[in-house]
Design a protein around this ligand. Sequence first.
Ligand SMILES: *Cc1c(COP(=O)(O)O)cnc(C)c1O
Length: 479
Amino acid sequence: MTDNHYRRLPPVNDVLAACPPDAPREPMLAAVREELARLRAAVAQGEAMPLSATDVAGRAYARLQRATQPKLVSVINATGIVLHTNLGRAPMSHDAAQAAKRAAEGYLNLEMSLDTGKRSSRQDAVREWLCRLTGAEAATAVNNNAAATVIALRAICLGKEVVLSRGQLIEIGGSFRIPEIMAVSGAILREVGTTNRTRVSDYERAIGPNTGALLRIHPSNYRIGGFTESVAIADLVALGRKHGVPVMDDIGSGALLDFARFGFRDEPSARDSVTAGADLVWFSGDKLLGGPQAGILVGKKEFIGRIEKDPLMRAFRLDKMTLAALEATLRIYLDSERALREVPLLRMLSIPLNELRHRAEQLAVSMNTIEGVSAVAVADEAFVGGGSLPEEKMPTWVVEVTARVAIPGGSRGSPPFSPEVPLTTVSENVLAARLRRGMPAVVTRTRSGKVVFDVRTLFDHQFDATVGALARAASEPQE
Ligand SMILES: *Cc1c(COP(=O)(O)O)cnc(C)c1O
C-alpha cells in the first residue's frame, strides 16, 4: 500500500527538470533529495499527499534558498546610535569603501616600493598621514585598539611595571579587561590611587627601578562622577620626564578633530596627547575616527620601532583592504572641512536640529500613509555612542510609531478597518522584531508602546526602504 504512495512521488530527475535552470546543480540535487525523503516519510505516515514534480521542485528550491541565505546582511540603523558596536561601529566614507574595494579586487603596492622595485613596509601607506594629522614623529597600525594595547605593553614594558590609576582599570567588553590584558602582554600592572581619586603623588610613589611606563587609559565607556580627581596627561608627562619613565596614553576613540564642537567635552584628541608630550598614544580606527576597524599607534620613533619589530606585529598587522580604507579615511582628514562633509560619522553628528526635524516630519508623513500605522515626529534626546560615548546625549528628532491591525477572524468579510472590525495594537516589541527580521532589516529603539525611528542615523537613500519595511511589518499577520 505505502509502496504505491512512494511510486506516486515524482522521480528525482523529473523534479530536477522542473527546478529553475540557474539553480546550482549539486546543492539543488541535494535539496531535491532531502525534500523527496521528507515527503516520502510524510506520505508513509499518511500526513501528506504526493505532490507533482513542479511542486516538489518549488519546495526544494525554497529550501535551498533558505539554507544559503547570507548571515551578514545590511541593516538600516534607526537607533540614532552613530557608533553602534553591534551594527559594525562607524560606517565608512565613500572614498574609504572604494579604496577597500579596489584593494580587494586587484593588486596593489602593499609591500613594494614602485620607485625601487624593492620590498617596502605596508605601514608606509598610513605612516605619513598619521604623523601629519597628529604631530607625532612615527606611527604604525594594527588590527584594533585592543591589539594596540597588547603590543605596546609587550614591546615597551615586558617584565616591567606599568603604573595605572585604579580609576582606569577598564573593561572594554567581554574578555578585554585591563588586568588580564596586562597579564597576556607580559607587563606587570601596578595600580595606584583609588577608583575616584588619583594624584600625581600616587604615581610618583610607585615609580621604582622596575617601572616600564606610566599609563593613562581614557575611560571611554563609563564615567566616574562626584568627588573625583585624575591626573592630566601633561602632568603625567612632566612626572615621567623627571624620572626618565615613558608615558603612554590609550585615548580610546581616536578623535582627530576637536569634538567639543559636538558638545563632547571630555574626548581627548590624538594631537593634544602628542603635543602634551606622551611618548606613545593609541586609539581605535572605527570609533570617532570613522574609519575601518584598526588600532593606531603614534609617538616616538624609538617606541614605534620596537613595536614594529615585535613578533606579534605579524599576527596583528592590517590586511590590504583595511589598510587601503584607513589610508583613504586619513587623507580625507587632511582637510577638516572635507572630513565633516564626507566622513559619515561626522556628518551624522553635525546635522542641524532643524534638518533632523524636517527629516522626521517627512518620514512621519510617509509612514502615516500605511494602513493601521500612526506616526508622529517628536523632539527627543538620544545617546549617540553605544559603548564608545556612553554619556553623550544629543538632542535629536524621532518618529514614534504605533501600528494597529484587525484581529484575525474578527469579522470576516467586512472591510478591514471599518469601525465594526475589532482592532488590536501590535506591541512595540513584536513590531520591532518584525522590522529586524525583515528585508531590509531595520533596527529601531522602543519605548512605552512605541517603536522609535531616530532619523540621525538614516541615510538619505534609506527613507523609502524604511517606510516599505514598516508597511510590511505592520501588515504581517498576528501570531
Ligand atoms: C574601545 C577601546 C579599546 C578597544 O578598542 P577596539 O578597537 O575595540 O579593540 C581599548 N581602550 C579604550 C580606552 C577604548 O575605548
